[in-house]
Design a protein around this ligand. Structure first.
Ligand code: SAH
Length: 240
């Protein structure tokens, strides 16, 4: 069972989208579980405040390390990594999600305001993770992104394991284009090869499309694919 614990000032936002569709079913079937900790419960004052003005001046408020430490220490970590959602963190990738899925779960800290007192990161061995080069108002949606990316990879959560084997980022490439009925939509036909029944030709066509899409849309991924393609392909195909 994959255990996700989220520390947040907005517990009412959870489970939100994490309860829908395959993830909701996966939780009901015991593949994963979500716990929410309200950081405000660890406030040391009657106002429930958890933040203060930045040392050195400047705009906004900073979440206090001592209060957050209390919240973290209340959780049984069980070898789970403690990740803090942050625009300064290591960018979240499919392979990172896969690695996390192979472990016991994760603890996610959601920042608010200007962020969190820097001392918490070293004092509690916390790694910062970013979901992209933009700034959100809080870490909650980012935590949901992180958890969803992991949980859908758990065995048994998605209906068919094969839907995971050829999707975007697998083998370092983006996914090929998908089609379904009707056969013709506003004058646009499904490519003939997909209706040919020739599995080898279909596989070759899809492989070509994946490469073309990756090369034109994501030159950064394409460069990496060219330099370490075969090794990467083997590594990523291996389900953890
Ligand atoms: N002043 C900070 C941004 C604070 S945004 C800075 O310039 O780096 C408030 C909170 O939103 C952050 O503490 C973090 O938890 C969350 N957040 C914002 N952008 C994020 C991103 N791209 N990825 C993950 N979390 C993010």
């Amino acid at each position: 069972m994959f255990n996700a614990t989220v520390l947040t000032l907005y517990p009412e936002l959870f489970p939100g989208p994490l309860a829908a569709s395959v993830l909701g079913r996966g939780a009901a079937e015991g593949h994963w579980a979500l716990d929410i900790v309200n950081i405000r419960d660890f406030s040391d004052n009657k106002y429930g405040s958890v933040d203060d003005t930045p040392a050195g001046g400047g705009a906004g408020l900073v979440m206090r390390a001592d209060i957050l430490a209390g919240a973290i220490d209340s959780i049984s970590r069980e070898d789970r990594p403690v990740l803090c959602l942050s625009p300064r963190g290591a960018p979240l990738t499919q392979s990172r999600a896969r690695t996390l899925t192979g472990g016991p779960g994760l603890i996610a800290i959601c920042g608010r305001f200007e962020g969190i007192d820097e001392r918490i990161f070293s004092s509690r061995d916390i790694e910062e993770v970013s979901i992209g080069d933009f700034v959100l108002a809080g870490g909650e949606i980012a935590a949901m992104v992180l958890i969803e990316a992991c949980v859908r990879l758990l065995p048994g959560v998605l209906g068919s394991a094969s839907s995971l084997s050829e999707e975007s980022f697998d083998g370092g490439l983006l996914e090929y284009p998908q089609y379904t009925r009707p056969r013709e939509f506003e004058g646009r036909a499904i490519p003939d090869v997909l209706l040919s029944g020739d599995h080898q030709r279909i596989a070759d066509w899809r492989d070509e499309r994946r490469k073309e899409i990756t090369r034109t849309r994501r030159p950064d991924l394409w460069e990496r694919f060219l330099s370490d393609g075969p090794i990467r392909r083997d590594k990523n195909k291996e389900p953890k």
